[in-house]
Design a protein around this ligand. Structure first.
Ligand SMILES: [Zn+2]
Ligand SMILES: [Zn+2]
Length: 247
């Protein structure tokens, strides 16, 4: 399992960040979605990380979030970011770690690894055997792959079929804003920056989706609306709605 130690929330420049974020780190008022978004990158992740299924985020000695990893993606600057989702109560990894003291002694490097008995899953080939590191028992990935090739025919026929069929999907990981409207929801703390930032008046409600969730409701300060890259994209695409906000 990957263990990542977070510092206190701090501001960064979106145009200098591989994920376009304006803040990173931990603050007690961040909800799960905000914590995931602020900290799923940009980390130095070695080869071992590619075989891990879960990551824990800890701050001030306590595990704050458990993440199930779908894949690791390269970000500008040579670091990597996690694509996946944060876990909730009821998942064995969440229940084993979140809210409890961090499972490893503090070290200088923010990224470390440890063996966890809670990380077991069944082999990706469908044989039912448990695996704790990676997706397959040794050799079972080759069998699973060749079973699929055989369904199409020879390797040559498989490659032909693949090249005709495969369409590359754009994999934009930034959040997609659904709506931005005048602030009326019940939130009293800026969702983008957390309470520690003392953002001042909340000016807008934002509904968005991202890698972590397909419906997130935020309330944000004017600075977010002005500086955030996704907000700028939304303004340019929705000039009339943006004008109505009067910001
Ligand atoms: Zn297997
Ligand atoms: Zn704010």
């Amino acid at each position: 399992m990957i263990h990542i130690t977070l510092g206190k929330m701090r501001y960064i420049k979106p145009d200098q960040d591989g994920l376009g974020r304006d803040h990173v780190g931990w603050d007690p008022h961040m909800d799960d979605a905000a914590l995931f978004r602020a900290n799923r990158g940009c980390w130095v992740l070695g080869e071992r990380a590619d075989r891990e299924q879960y990551a824990l985020l800890s701050a001030e000695g306590t595990v704050r979030q458990a993440i199930e990893i779908d894949r690791l993606v390269q970000v500008p600057g040579g670091r990597r970011a996690i694509e996946g989702r944060y876990l909730e109560a009821g998942h064995p990894v969440y229940d084993a770690y979140v809210g409890k003291p961090q499972p490893i002694a503090p070290v200088r490097n923010p990224v470390t690894y440890f063996d966890s008995p809670h990380a077991a899953r069944t082999c990706g080939c469908g044989c039912g055997a448990p695996v704790t590191l990676g997706w397959f028992l040794t050799g079972h990935d080759q069998k699973a792959l060749h079973d699929r090739v055989a369904k199409v025919g020879t390797v040559h026929q498989f490659i032909d079929w693949f090249d005709r069929t495969y369409v590359e999907e754009p994999r934009a990981m930034a959040s997609r804003i659904t709506t931005i409207a005048r602030h009326t929801n019940a939130r009293t703390v800026c969702s983008a920056h957390g309470a520690a930032a003392e953002c001042g008046a909340l000016v807008a409600d934002v509904v968005l989706e991202d890698a972590g969730s397909n419906h997130i409701e935020w309330a944000v300060c004017e600075r977010w609306f002005r500086d955030n890259r996704d907000a700028a994209t939304w303004r340019s695409r929705n000039p009339e709605e943006a004008a109505l906000l009067g910001l």
